[in-house]
Design a protein around this ligand. Sequence first.
Ligand SMILES: NC(=O)C1=CN([C@@H]2O[C@H](COP(=O)(O)OP(=O)(O)OC[C@H]3O[C@@H](n4cnc5c(N)ncnc54)[C@H](OP(=O)(O)O)[C@@H]3O)[C@@H](O)[C@H]2O)C=CC1
Ligand SMILES: O=C(CO)COP(=O)(O)O
Length: 345
Amino acid sequence: MDKIAVLGAGSWGTALSIVLSDNNYHVNLWTYKKEQMEEINKHHKNERYLHVPLPENIVAFSSIEKAVEDVKAIVIVVPTKAIREVSKELNKILNRPVPIIHASKGIEPGSLKRVSQMIDEELEHYNYDDIVVLSGPSHAEDVALRHPTTVTVASLNEEYAKIAQDIFTNDAFRVYTSTDILGVELGGSLKNIIALGAGISDGLGYGDNAKAALITRGLAEIARLGTKLGANPLSFLGLSGVGDLIVTCTSVHSRNWRAGNLLGKGQPLNDVLEQMGMVVEGVRTVKAAYRFAKEENVEMPITTGIYDVLYNHKEPKEIVEQLMTRSKREEMDDIAHLLYERYSK
Ligand SMILES: NC(=O)C1=CN([C@@H]2O[C@H](COP(=O)(O)OP(=O)(O)OC[C@H]3O[C@@H](n4cnc5c(N)ncnc54)[C@H](OP(=O)(O)O)[C@@H]3O)[C@@H](O)[C@H]2O)C=CC1
Ligand SMILES: O=C(CO)COP(=O)(O)O
């Protein structure tokens, strides 16, 4: 039985380990917490994150070195803030080319780097082109129950993308490939900000119309920034774009939506984060997106409004009024024109 290492034993790392175990891989699941390793190995569960029994071919490790020994591929699934730390550890021990697939969603505020770029910077002898991202509408809770789920794996190295597709694909987990790693990573990261907004909207008591507006106009600004940065605009209409935006803005499983919901009900950010107990990537990524928008001179009014609620003590209702009273404009802006120009001939 081939072995695969999964680095990160939170909700998503555990759910992806279940997929791999179902596909007959032996999974080495790395956690930095000894108690969690014991819970997984002795009791075959990881209760804090997922309420399902774990198959016996998922074995937890507290040493990265042991976890990655002789594996066919390495899956990195830690929160974005831990990517550099984990990659540094990996850099000390990785001495052969092995496919690296990451499934984290965020952008580093200080450097504005995506996850694949951070991994590349920390791994001295690894080629950026070989890094694969796995992203799409995929809440861990659904995946752990084997509910039908679709995702995209993207890499400049098509062979590695296909390896990732083969490793993860099964009857309940359908995997598509793409070469637009930039677009796929940006879609997966930026949708978390809009999901915070959808949660705030629901917390304020607004209805479905407001949420549909946030999703649609949110997608417009994600695509606006993404295309400016060089992504394929069509990626934002795919699973890692609109697909993930829909699931994150509408699901009670979403940490970003839930955090936004509490903010909309008037709770302060620090209390909300303490209560969540799991990573809420949008809270960090909004800082990066806010800066990106300014530096790239891209209009991102929803992102800016959410940044102001989180970091400038603006009242959510004030932001809603601001968004609703912006100057009148045409709906289909630069992105639509870009798509039209590209594909109308
Ligand atoms: N949950 C989901 O459905 C999905 C999540 N993702 C993405 O996957 C990534 C991980 O999310 P998820 O699993 O949900 O997060 P969770 O909050 O469920 O788990 C994160 C885990 O990483 C641990 N951790 C924190 N810091 C470090 C570190 N420095 N080194 C090693 N481990 C660390 C946490 O430990 P501790 O509790 O001690 O902080 C926790 O066990 C995120 O980028 C998220 O956006 C993507 C798709 C779906
Ligand atoms: O990315 C996700 C689903 O595809 C998970 O979103 P949350 O982090 O908001 O739970």
